[in-house]
Design a protein around this ligand. Structure first.
Ligand code: BYC
Length: 314
């Protein structure tokens, strides 16, 4: 779409709240932005299985193990929806996965932190899935049909993920002194990295204005971060947990919590690949990809045979 008139009518469609579908004309830049964002999102879901997956074999009860197994499987499913949705834009699954395995693709910074205790599983469900829901509820109204429809399904599952996390957080916060210490320690370690999930401040976010203009996002990074803070501080206080921020203060006038500054050097360091677990995460994905090679080959062979037998029959 190079013609200015076409670009204008595309913008009108967006402004009228129409959904853009894969075969519709769209500006190259819209397509590129979506491939960038959706593939990063797909990678985040798949890499995001690793921190919690670390605890599957050590879950403290059968019930907790079943919940965790099902949650981690859900994240794999989210990755599949999102890789499929990205394919509708003409980016092959192979191409985007190769970028991840070569260490060239971004994925959410949050998954480059280690899960040191069982309490981290609870806090990931509560905070990380809680942050994801706030962001993804907005994306469920995104202008690109396949992305928004994937988000509707994903949000339903994320909502269960958050509930199971918060239930576990509440239980530990009401448990033995050791359990209370464990859960507070996990909150102390995950709070700030979770705030980083929402991305840089609006003035430092090169993509936000364009994504908002095209109806992909409808809120800015800072607006979403504020919603997260307001909601989760109330939930923390309800179960007697402290938020590790000395500057936290409720502003009666705005009705919002004011909070301290994020360590942006830490954020960019993690995004650039130098976080505590970046190398391990990519190594684990490469190994999983290599171990799954026979499945991909078998599926391709099956599809080839099906095609041959259909051709013979016709
Ligand atoms: N980490 O211009 P900006 C889950 C990058 S998984 C890494 O504001 P944008 C779950 C950004 O990509 C779901 N990189 O970008 C799974 C850009 O770089 P490029 C996680 C980040 O796109 C398992 C640059 O910084 N959710 O829920 O407007 C277990 C400038 O940023 C980050 C998603 O993936 C970051 N945190 O906004 C449990 C949501 N932040 O590409 C749970 C989908 C920024 O220009 N994505 N960058 O080189 C989004 O909503 C948006 O892309 C972002 C960034 C808010 C992340």
């Amino acid at each position: 779409m190079s013609d200015q008139g076409e670009q204008k009518s595309f913008q009108e469609r967006i402004d009228n709240g129409e959904t853009i579908e894969p075969k519709d004309d769209m500006p190259d830049r819209y397509r590129k932005q979506l491939i960038r964002m959706m593939s990063q999102h797909a990678h985040s879901e798949v890499v995001g299985m690793l921190p919690e997956g670390n605890w599957i074999t050590r879950a403290p009860s059968l019930r907790r193990k079943m919940i965790l197994l099902s949650k981690v499987q859900d994240e794999a499913g989210h990755g599949l929806y999102l890789y499929s949705a990205t394919e509708t834009l003409g980016a092959s699954r192979q191409e985007v996965i190769d970028q991840l395995l070569e260490g060239k693709a971004k994925y959410s910074s949050i998954f480059n932190y280690p899960t040191l205790s069982w309490a981290d599983v609870a806090v990931i469900g509560w905070l990380v899935d809680g942050a994801a829901i706030i962001n993804q509820t907005m994306l469920a109204r995104s202008s690109y049909g396949p992305y928004s429809r994937a988000m509707v399904r994903i949000c339903k599952e994320e909502s269960f993920h958050k509930k199971q996390g918060y239930e576990m957080v509440a239980k530990m916060a009401d448990g033995t002194p050791e359990q209370q210490e464990m859960i507070q320690d996990a909150v102390d370690r995950w709070w700030w990295p979770t705030l980083m999930m929402f991305g840089p401040h609006d003035e430092d976010s090169p993509n936000s204005a364009e994504l908002i203009k095209w109806g992909v996002k409808s809120k800015t990074n800072d607006e979403l971060r504020q919603s997260f803070v307001d909601r989760h501080i109330a939930e923390a206080h309800e179960v007697g947990l402290e938020i590790p921020d000395d500057e936290l203060e409720y502003n009666e006038e705005t009705g919002h919590w004011e909070f301290g500054e994020i360590d942006w050097d830490e954020f960019w360091n993690v995004v650039k690949g130098n976080g505590p677990m970046n190398k391990e995460r990519i190594k684990a994905r490469r190994e999983a990809h290599e171990n799954g090679k026979w499945v991909r080959e078998a599926a391709e062979e099956y599809a080839r045979k099906q095609k041959l037998s259909k051709e013979k029959a016709s």
